[in-house]
Design a binder for this molecule. Structure first.
Ligand code: NAD
Length: 479
């Protein structure tokens, strides 16, 4: 008998009226049933968040901090349980935390704890923004009210935490809708978090996009945090326009990594590899197009091939596995189609490139060379275990290539000449440009995209401020 997982609303378990299956992408096994929230249930979740919000915002700041520290302790205590659910449902291997470990589900669970502790420890005190003999102006940070958090399937717990914790820290309450592909792990985490918070502070609904659409259209929602594809981001923006609901949009990217002629292929290969293949490439800020100077192209391709062909792939619950399956069939089909188009157009498949047998969505790590701008594998976000490597001669041309697409989430420059690398970094159109690393996010460092990769930032003080609206109290001093 399959278990049906519950939503959490107002501190209570909400049983499903309808449900759908969630499957393990490594085995095809049905893991359990996920509620498809009804319109009434979505409205109830928003109403519960609205009812709880004034009292949550009115608590002394130190109390909200203490609650979030309790959340961090809960995440710590339940890290193994949550990591196993992530692997079962999302597919990334369990891996470990720390240098030399595969960054998998345990890393994701650990990240949830850290991205809870850090915002919990930050302060946003009132700020005197102007004062003279006649007036004193103090800027206060007020919560929006109810935040709708809509999460994707690639880092289902970590991205939800990025949306939930800064919202709660600043006095908002939250309704989370996880991805329909990774609902069980997300609902389980939200249930555990809600169990140490006052009722109604964190609530969940679940189901496909139409449930998300009911949530963002609800006039009781005061701010939308969305992470996902550009197409959905555009739909959400249109829905938000109806009530002028503010949004933070973290959308797709197609990050370019540029390797300068002086880089050392051996020294950079491992970091570049993980920069491209973290979570099987299913990471918003993975390196998705690699531009390599012709002088070291062949040497770097050889280093990357050695790594790609040595990584054990399989069911991530088994020890020693470094690479899991692609999370869902739609994504798998997209990867297959991009590789086949590249092959048909004459590109070289250096390794991989053939779908693997088996019940899971396994596709080998694939490197593609003899490919250029304009190929679908270069121009579209592949979001999977395939990396196109483009040979360049002229650095200005490589920079122009990196900037020619309408997305700008991350980018990276690889060189031993740090001055030149910084000069190149400043010419790249991306929310973050890393030097000699890629995708190295940190809870104190703002992260967000430019161009069609979205607007607004998460993390650090700027991320916290983004969950508040400014209120100025302006005093005329007695003469
Ligand atoms: P998606 O847009 O298909 O789905 C994301 C979420 O939106 C899901 O929960 C889905 O159910 C919901 N949704 C779908 N239609 C909706 C609607 N009309 N109204 C409200 N909600 C709706 O994205 P995905 O496939 O889950 O995620 C992959 C994409 O996310 C990639 O493009 C990736 O680059 C991007 N991403 C970006 C970041 C970032 O920080 N910029 C992080 C991770 C993923």
């Amino acid at each position: 008998m399959l278990k049906t997982f519950d939503n959490t609303v107002n501190g209570q378990a909400v049983p499903a009226q309808r449900s759908f299956e969630s499957r393990n992408p490594a085995t095809g096994e049905v893991l359990g049933l996920v509620p498809h929230s009804s319109a009434d249930q979505v409205a109830q979740a928003v109403a519960a968040a609205r009812a709880a919000q004034p009292a949550w915002a009115a608590r002394p700041d130190a109390e909200r901090q203490a609650y979030l520290m309790k959340v961090a302790e809960t995440l710590h205590a339940q890290a193994d349980y949550l990591a196993e659910w992530i692997t079962r449902e999302q597919g990334k291997p369990l891996g470990g935390v720390g240098p030399g470990q595969v960054p998998g589900s345990r890393f994701e669970a650990w990240g949830c704890e850290v991205w809870t502790q850090v915002p919990a420890s930050l302060e946003l005190p009132p700020e005197v923004v102007f004062e003279d003999a006649g007036r004193r102006d103090v800027l206060h940070r007020r919560p929006f009210g109810v935040v709708a958090a809509i999460a994707p399937w690639n880092w289902p717990l970590l991205i939800a935490i990025w949306q939930i914790i800064p919202s709660l820290r600043t006095g908002n309450t939250v309704v989370l809708k996880p991805s329909e592909y990774t609902s069980i792990c997300s609902l389980e985490m939200a249930r555990l978090i809600a169990s140490v918070l006052p009722p109604g502070v964190l609530n969940t609904v679940s189901g496909p996009g139409e449930v998300g659409s009911l949530l963002v259209e609800n006039p009781g929602v005061d701010k939308i945090m969305f992470t996902g594809s550009g197409a959905t981001g555009a739909r959400i923006t249109a829905a938000a326009a109806k009530h002028l609901t503010p949004t933070t949009l973290e959308l797709g990217g197609n990050d370019a990594a540029i390797v300068l002629p002086d880089a050392n292929p051996k020294a950079i290969a491992m970091d570049l590899f993980w920069g491209a293949f973290l979570n099987m490439g299913q990471t918003c800020a993975c390196a998705k197009r690699l531009y390599v100077h012709e002088d070291l192209h062949d040497a770097l391709v050889a280093e990357l091939k050695a790594l790609a062909t040595a990584m054990p792939m399989g069911n991530g619950l088994q020890p020693g596995i470094a690479m899991g399956p692609i999370q869902n069939r739609m994504q798998y089909d997209k990867v297959v189609s991009l590789v086949e188009q590249a092959r048909a157009a004459g590109a070289t498949i250096v390794c991989g490139g053939q779908a693997l047998e088996g019940p899971g969505h396994f596709y080998p790590l694939t490197l593609v060379t003899d490919i250029a701008d304009g190929a679908p594998l270069v121009d579209q976000e592949q979001f999977g275990p395939v990396l196109p490597i483009i040979r360049y001669r002229d650095l200005d041309q490589a920079i122009a290539s990196a900037n020619r697409l309408d997305v700008g989430l991350g980018a990276s420059v690889w060189s031993q000449d740090l001055e030149q690398a910084q000069a190149v970094a400043l010419r790249l159109q991306a929310g973050t440009v890393w030097i000699n690393q890629h995708g190295a996010i940190h809870p104190m460092v703002p992260f967000g995209g430019v161009k069609s990769s979205g607007w607004g930032v998460e993390f650090g003080m700027d991320g916290l401020k983004a969950m508040t609206q400014a209120q100025v109290v302006s005093l005329k001093k007695p003469s």
